[in-house]
Design a protein around this ligand. Structure first.
Ligand code: FAD
Length: 435
């Protein structure tokens, strides 16, 4: 049967929204007469850069499998492809009579470029590419200063965010229509897709912990955070569903979700941050970038228990507690004077919740180079952080079993020497730029 004789379909392209529930673009696609063809594309340009057993790929694969099962109950199936999105979509357009392609917006620079190319390609064939806001409450230009310029300081951004927020923004988008293209295509195995399973798994999220979130979130041993990171990253739960469940309570937790949107709009308005310091005045810092010291930091072998515990937790589980992320990041940039971009890239390769905007924003915060960063002269003391946030050493002992034995190494740098050195190098770097 040639494309002319077939009935028109709408393609729904899952990306960072791996769920059927409360999915804006999917609910829009399901309205109207054309049946919906659900697809997912493992983007070759992204996955080829990752190890075959990357834990994020395994998680995505498992989510797709679940989606396929749920779609099976609706008489359809998920078509899973691996390739370049433009090439895959052009192939789909040959096989089906495509009316339009629906997707939720992705704001990372690579995704924006990719989507612009796809839009042009589809439009040239008279096919619509309809994208929707789904992964945030407010996108790019929706929370700005009164003069329309972007906020670069978090607190006024948060205040404006809260002032603009209305309950109808979190109404559920129902996707219970069953207007799908009938199909029962076989679901590919990981091997067929060229992947192998990771031993690292994504934990389920826990919104039950929120009652004590504000008191306990800074204590790594209490494990009292939501573990929502990867679920927000891959959209297995919608941001609206999460905020509905807060029921107007838990303002401290909501503030964290607003940090996420703050950094997303920073990346959108200042894409140079991907490679550069937000503030140019730090461009003159002479990073030491000692490779052997970097390797010790990566392995969790610095002789500072909180740093070592955090890095080992990251290496073994793909997760690190936020307080410990701050301590490890500060240690790398200030104590070792290693460029924040090295640490950022290391985290990016391992964090299950890796998000370009949050990772970059928080690394620049720790290095002092960011938009609303910790002042450069604030150098976390990893030992006092331990005394303050893990007094009984429960967290560090969990990850550094040799801690109280002879086998634990001596600190790789003396705190006072490293602090003084960091202040000197930062000061010199700033004066260089002012000269
Ligand atoms: P919770 O405390 O339960 O927070 C809930 C959600 O709020 C998080 O999932 C996240 O979406 C958001 N959130 C919380 N804190 C922040 C924050 N400081 N900035 C932005 N959003 C936040 N977060 C990422 O999502 N991806 C990253 O790649 C990332 N890299 C980081 C790198 C460094 C150096 C630091 C200091 C922090 C980084 N964070 C990152 C922020 C934070 O550490 C994680 O969001 C949090 O630890 C994830 O665990 P959770 O979901 O249990 O957090």
């Amino acid at each position: 049967m040639n494309a002319e004789m077939k009935s028109e379909v709408k393609v729904f392209w899952f990306r960072r929204d791996l769920r059927l529930e409360d999915n804006v673009a999917l609910s829009k696609a399901l309205k109207g007469e054309q049946a919906v063809l659900p697809i997912f594309i493992f983007d070759q340009d992204i996955v080829d850069e990752l190890p075959k057993d990357d834990a994020r790929i395994t998680f995505i694969y498992q989510c797709l499998k679940k989606l396929n099962q749920s779609l099976g109950n609706k008489g359809t199936s998920l078509s899973v492809y691996k390739g370049r999105p433009l090439e895959v979509l052009s192939q789909i357009c040959l096989e089906f009579k495509v009316h339009s392609v629906y997707a939720n917006r992705d704001y990372e620079p690579y995704a924006v470029d990719r989507d612009n190319g796809i839009k042009d390609f589809l439009q040239a064939q008279g096919i619509g590419f309809l994208t929707f806001k789904d992964q945030v409450i407010f996108e790019m230009d929706e929370v700005t200063k009164n003069d329309g310029k972007p906020y670069t300081i978090y607190t006024p951004f948060k205040n404006k965010w809260l002032a603009h927020f209305k309950e109808e923004m979190i109404l559920e988008r129902t996707t219970d229509q069953s207007n799908y293209v009938p199909s029962s295509s076989a679901f590919p195995s990981m091997e067929e897709l060229g992947f192998s399973p990771s031993t690292i798994t994504v934990r389920d999220f826990d919104l039950g912990s929120l009652d004590h979130y504000s008191q306990n979130r800074d204590i790594p041993a209490k494990d009292a955070t939501s573990y929502l990171g990867p679920h927000l990253r891959f959209g297995t739960l919608s941001i609206r569903t999460i905020i509905r469940r807060l029921n107007g309570e838990h303002p401290v937790f909501l503030s964290e979700l607003i940090w996420r949107e703050f950094f997303m709009q920073i990346l959108h308005h200042f894409p140079k941050v991907v490679h550069e310091n937000f503030h140019r005045k730090y461009d003159g810092i002479s990073w030491r970038n000692d490779e052997a010291e970097f390797a010790s930091w990566c392995q969790g072998d610095t002789g500072y228990p909180m740093v070592d515990a955090g890095m080992r937790q990251l290496n073994q589980t793909g997760y690190m507690h936020n307080r410990v992320r701050m301590v490890t990041a500060s240690f790398l940039c200030k104590h070792l004077l290693i460029d924040w971009r090295w640490g950022e890239a290391y985290f990016a390769g391992r964090l299950l919740d890796y998000e370009l905007s949050s990772n970059n924003g928080n690394w620049q915060w720790a290095a002092g180079t960011g938009c609303d960063a910790a002042p450069y002269f604030r150098v976390f003391n990893p030992t006092s952080q331990l005394e303050r946030f893990d007094k009984k050493m429960e967290y560090v002992k969990r990850w550094v079993p040799e801690l109280l034995t002879q086998n634990y190494r001596k600190p790789m740098v003396d705190h006072k020497m490293a602090r003084d050195r960091a202040l000197k190098v930062y000061k010199e770097g700033i004066s260089k730029m002012q000269a």
